[in-house]
Design a protein around this ligand. Sequence first.
Ligand code: UFG
Length: 329
Amino acid sequence: MAILVLGGAGYIGSHTVYELIDAGRDVVVADNLLTGFKEAVHPKARFYQLDIRDRGALDTLFQAENIEGVIHFAASSQVGESMSNPLKYYDNNLYGTMVLLQSMVAHGVDKIVFSSTAATYGEPESVPILETDRTQPTNCYGETKLSMEHMMSWVSKAHGLRYVALRYFNACGAHASGKIGEAHNPETHLIPLILQVPNGQREKISVFGDDYPTPDGTCIRDYIHVTDLAQAHILALNYLMKGGDNNVFNLGNGVGFSVNEVIEVARAVTGHPIPAEVSPRRAGDPAQLIASSEKAKSVLGWKPQYDDLNTIVSSAWNWHKAHPHGYEK
Ligand code: UFG
């Protein structure tokens, strides 16, 4: 039986496919390639180019393949865009998930692991953030991801489907093989933007606000390596296969780094001075997001391997240095 990875040509999806195949799993990837890249799909995975909002295409796939469980990454994920174009997020993320669940229920596929986000919490009441903390998203992206969690919960009650929602903090880094890495167009994430400076594609990095209530005034985030995230999906799938009940897990390192600290680490890793300039705050950025991942460690047995920011940024740099334009030749 095979595992279906929706959005398996995207950043976290492609890394998860590599880990699944390394673990000996049979993998089917489906992606509409709007933000994903065909080159990121592992050559041993069977690839379907389809949009999850296309019920007919999903039904055809479920009929053709013997799918044991689904890992669902297929969603729009830019916070800023979700504020200027919220309906795109309702369409792709919520409507897309609704169609997917309809098709899964119709075909008796009853296990799903899916990408959720720290953005479901909004401005945290305290850090580190626990899964039981208040969820009050401050952007439409987080709102749609939280609604996806709720949709799974209701569908579970009605149809017996079981799910695990993984709430990622700040995904970063690249595969150790150097074959796949982070590639977004446009790029909005801090580490790849910083690395565009030593790569000669950007003169300086903008620091979005230095008047936050943090020790150096810049925002603090919990950076977690993409391969560690990928491993968590495999553990979550195994948990469901062993009969585990619906669950939600935070995935982070539990250590926060400020924007200035990340820039400093990138200077050390690349040997480039990386000029930085303070610019206005970006709307909707919480001052501090740090995960408690104790639950993922105790329930799933998750053991993140990359707990050092230097190693994480080095792995990102290896990829960006060799692929300054991502997957474009
Ligand atoms: N930042 C800068 N300059 C830049 C880009 C980012 O200072 O040029 C800052 C941001 O203001 C933020 C930090 O760097 O404080 C990290 O920003 P990212 O855009 O890399 O990541 P976010 O924390 O905003 O977003 C990530 C995920 C989202 C998810 C969110 C959860 O990318 O999908 O975490 O809060 F929703």
